[in-house]
Design a protein around this ligand. Sequence first.
Ligand SMILES: Nc1nc2c(c(=O)[nH]1)N(C=O)[C@@H](CNc1ccc(C(=O)N[C@@H](CCC(=O)O)C(=O)O)cc1)CN2
Ligand SMILES: Nc1ncnc2c1ncn2[C@@H]1O[C@H](COP(=O)(O)OP(=O)(O)OP(=O)(O)O)[C@@H](O)[C@H]1O
Length: 232
Amino acid sequence: MCGFPPVHQVLGVAGRTTIAGGFLFSETETSDSSDPVSKGSLRRTMRQQRRTLSPQHLQQAALALSRQILQLSHYKKAQRIALYWPMQGEINPLPLMYHRLSRHKQFYLPVLSGSFAQKLRFAPFHGESRMRPNGFRIPEPQVAADLLMTPQDLDLLILPLVAFDTEGYRLGMGGGFYDRSLASISHRQHWQHPRLLGVGHAFQQLDRVPREPWDVPLSIICTDLACHRIMV
Ligand SMILES: Nc1nc2c(c(=O)[nH]1)N(C=O)[C@@H](CNc1ccc(C(=O)N[C@@H](CCC(=O)O)C(=O)O)cc1)CN2
Ligand SMILES: Nc1ncnc2c1ncn2[C@@H]1O[C@H](COP(=O)(O)OP(=O)(O)OP(=O)(O)O)[C@@H](O)[C@H]1O
């Protein structure tokens, strides 16, 4: 496993939750749709808040998130599902892999190494995968190039959120990786593959996230408290 904590440690066990979130933002930070300074400061504030969550809170939130997602028909139907390796207080989606409903599903993690034009590819991932750090020091599976999937190959793509709103707009880490990777399929009508499920802590919900022309809206958002289907 190349010095990374084993998956069961990343997963952790249920603990007592001590923080519920609830964070205030000024009008200018939430309503300005194009000012990059505003978007940047919003991202910093939300990331900072996320980093303060205790390990116990993160464990509890991870299990609560799994319970929400396991009820979704899109999850039950999906065979090929992309997760992500959580970092810096991101809500942890990995416990999903160990539920009995997931027994016949194939999971993937995003990889930057070996991807093209700053677009994500997705590598098969299981508890025994050999891992290596990417340029952001996020562990990714080390697999042959011919095993890498594009987003279109997947049924469900679970994305980490820095912030989100109930219309399906999201703020990510700011690399544009997910938006670039989805750009070529976002214009399609009757878009079925992959479904986009954004996940985050409940406190990451804002009234309105700044929007950009390239943003690809999510179809569902789940937090530790609830799932929201986005109406289009
Ligand atoms: N867990 C996880 N994996 C993911 C993403 C993510 O948001 N979360 N990504 C979603 O796109 C992609 C990676 N995108 C990323 C973009 C920026 C940074 C980041 O930490 N930037 C630091 C600078 C780090 C450095 O240069 O060393 C920063 O902005 O402070 C990390 C990942 C693919 N994998
Ligand atoms: N479809 C695209 N084509 C070209 N560049 C893009 C595209 N989507 C995003 N980008 C670039 O990525 C940069 C970051 O985009 P944005 O601020 O929306 O990131 P983000 O959605 O928070 O990050 P991520 O998608 O990695 O979670 C933008 O400045 C833009 O230049």
